[in-house]
Design a protein around this ligand. Structure first.
Ligand code: FAD
Length: 434
C-alpha cells in the first residue's frame, strides 16, 4: 500500500510536516493535490491570480517529482468525490495532511477522515503552516488569547530553536513511489484564463528583514516589505525557515509579523464566529449606511482621497496592496463611509493574491474596531494625514493616480470632519444599546 500526502496550502517538498510523516510510515509515498471545485466554481473572476499561481506551482512540483522518478496526482473536483475515486483506484495504507484552521477546511477534513476510516485507511494530520497552533499558546487561565501583545510575549518566549527545525524530508526522497508523470489540469480545462503575471520571488534577503522596521510603513519604497504573502499563503515557502532567518537578525519586527499571522489563525480556530460576525458581537448592532454607489467608488479607487484611491487601484491592478494602505482603505470604508466591514472583506477576498481568511478577517475587524485588538471606536484614521506621514512626496499616490492634479480627479466623496463625527455618533449609538 501507498502513503498518500494530500497537499493543500503546503505546496513544497522541503520541510513539510505531512510529507515527513508519510515518509516515516516506511511505505512508498505519492503526493495528491485537488483543485477544489467547491472553491473554484464560486470564484467570480475567470482570470484569478490565485488559480494561476496554483497551476504554476503544481507544475513546478510535478517537474521536481519527475526528476525524482515520481509524480503528483492532480485532480479537479469535489474533494469527497476525488477521494472516493482514489480509494477505488489505488491501494492506500494511510493519508497524511497538514492542519487547516478555516471552518470549511475543518469540516472537509472531518468528512474525508470519516470516509477514509470507512475503508480502514488512516488519516494523519500535523501542524505545518504556523509556528504555534490551537492550544499551544494559552493564557495562564488556559484560555485562548484575545489580545495580541500578551499573546506575542508568550509566543516569543516559547519559540525556541526546537520549533524552528526543518523536517529533513530531502533525506527520504528516494521513497517517492516510482511511476510515470500524470497530467496536471490546465487553467483552460478548469474554465480559467491566464493573467500572465510573474509572482514575487521566494527568497527574502536578510538585509530586508534587518531594515524592515524602518521601511515597512512606506509604500513607495521598492522593498518596503517582503511580498512573501502569496508564498506563505500557499506554503511555497516554509514558515519555519523564514522565522529562523527572522530570529537571527537583531531587530525582531519582522518576526512579530509572523506572530500576527499565527495570532489570527488561532483567533479563527478558537472563535469561528468571526468568519460571519463581529468578534465583539455588540458591533453587529452598528447601523451601517451601506450605500452601494459609494461602495462602487471605493472599489474602483474613485473616492477623491488620493491614498485610498491609490491603494484600491494597486489592489485592482496587481492583486496586492501594501499593509499600511490596507489599513487606511479598510478604515475609510468602515468609518468614513459607514459600510459594513464584511463588504470590504469580501472585496479584498476576491482581489488579493495573498487572500487568507484569517489575516483578512483579522485586518478588517481591526479596522472596523470590532475585532480582538480593537482601538477605541472614536479613533478614526485621517487619510490625508496618513498620506502626509507615509507618502509625504506623493510618490506612491502618483504611481497609481496619475491624474491627481487634473480636473479628471474626483472631488472627495465625503468631507472628513463630518464623516469622522458621523462615524463616532453611529458607533456610540450602537454600543450604548448593549
Ligand atoms: P510583510 O510585511 O513582508 O510581512 C511578512 C509576512 O507576515 C506576510 O507575508 C504575512 O504572511 C505576515 N503578516 C504581516 N502582517 C500581517 C498581519 N497584520 N496579519 C497577519 N499576517 C501578517 N495578509 C494576508 O496574508 N492575507 C490577507 O488576506 C490579508 N488581508 C488583510 C486585510 C486588511 C484589511 C489588513 C489591514 C491586513 C491584511 N493582511 C493580510 C495583512 C498584511 O497586510 C499582509 O500580510 C501584508 O501586506 C503582505 O505583504 P508582505 O508579504 O510584503 O508582508
Amino acid at each position: 500500500p501507498l502513503s498518500l500526502v494530500w497537499l493543500r496550502r503546503d505546496l513544497r517538498l522541503h520541510d513539510n510536516a505531512a510529507l515527513y510523516h508519510a515518509f516515516k510510515s516506511g511505505r512508498p509515498v505519492l503526493p495528491v493535490f485537488i483543485f477544489d471545485r467547491l472553491i473554484l466554481d464560486a470564484l467570480d473572476d475567470r482570470n484569478d491570480r490565485r488559480v494561476e499561481f496554483l497551476v504554476q506551482e503544481i507544475n513546478r512540483l510535478q517537474d521536481e517529482l519527475a526528476k525524482l522518478g515520481s509524480t503528483i496526482i492532480v485532480r479537479y473536483g469535489k474533494p469527497v468525490d476525488v477521494w472516493k475515486e482514489l480509494i477505488s483506484q489505488y491501494t492506500i495504507g494511510d493519508v497524511f495532511a497538514n492542519h487547516d484552521y478555516e471552518v470549511y477546511a475543518k469540516e472537509r477534513d472531518k468528512t474525508i477522515g470519516d470516509l477514509l476510516a470507512e475503508h480502514a485507511i488512516g488519516f494523519h494530520t500535523s501542524k505545518d503552516q504556523v509556528l504555534f497552533e490551537r492550544d499551544e499558546v494559552l493564557t495562564g487561565k488556559k484560555t485562548p488569547y484575545t489580545v495580541f501583545t500578551p499573546y506575542s510575549r508568550n509566543w516569543r518566549e516559547k519559540l525556541t530553536d526546537f520549533y524552528l527545525k526543518a523536517y529533513p524530508t530531502e533525506t527520504y526522497f528516494k521513497q517517492f513511489w516510482k511511476t510515470k508523470s500524470l497530467p496536471v489540469p490546465t487553467l483552460d480545462e478548469m474554465g480559467f484564463e491566464p493573467v500572465g503575471e510573474s509572482f514575487p520571488p521566494r527568497a527574502t534577503p536578510d538585509s530586508l528583514i534587518d531594515s524592515y522596521k524602518k521601511t515597512r510603513d512606506f509604500p513607495a519604497l521598492p522593498h518596503s516589505t517582503s511580498q512573501l504573502s502569496i508564498h506563505l499563503r500557499f506554503g511555497t515557502v516554509s514558515v519555519r525557515d523564514l522565522a529562523r532567518q527572522a530570529k537571527q537578525v537583531e531587530d525582531k519586527t519582522f518576526l512579530t509579523e509572523l506572530c500576527w499571522r499565527d495570532f489570527y489563525f488561532q483567533v479563527l480556530d478558537h472563535f469561528p464566529h468571526v468568519e460571519k460576525q463581529s468578534f465583539r458581537r455588540e458591533y453587529d448592532q452598528i447601523e451601517w449606511r451601506n450605500n452601494e454607489a459609494e461602495f462602487e467608488k471605493w472599489c474602483r479607487g474613485e473616492t477623491g482621497y488620493p491614498i485610498v484611491d491609490a491603494g484600491m487601484r494597486q489592489l485592482n491592478t496587481i492583486g496586492w496592496m501594501h499593509n499600511r494602505v490596507r489599513m487606511i482603505t479598510a478604515s475609510f470604508l468602515c468609518k468614513h463611509l459607514l459600510i459594513d466591514w464584511r463588504w470590504g472583506e469580501a472585496y479584498f477576498g476576491k482581489k488579493l493574491r495573498d487572500y487568507d481568511l484569517s489575516a483578512n478577517n483579522g485586518g478588517w475587524q481591526w479596522a472596523a474596531g470590532s475585532g480582538t485588538d480593537a482601538a477605541p471606536y472614536f479613533r478614526v484614521f485621517n487619510p490625508t494625514l496618513q498620506a502626509k506621514r507615509f507618502d509625504a512626496k506623493d510618490v506612491y499616490i502618483r504611481e497609481w493616480v496619475p491624474e491627481l492634479d487634473t480636473p479628471n480627479y474626483p472631488k472627495p466623496i465625503v468631507e472628513h470632519t463630518m464623516a469622522r463625527q458621523r462615524a463616532i455618533d453611529t458607533y456610540r449609538k450602537a454600543l450604548k444599546k448593549v
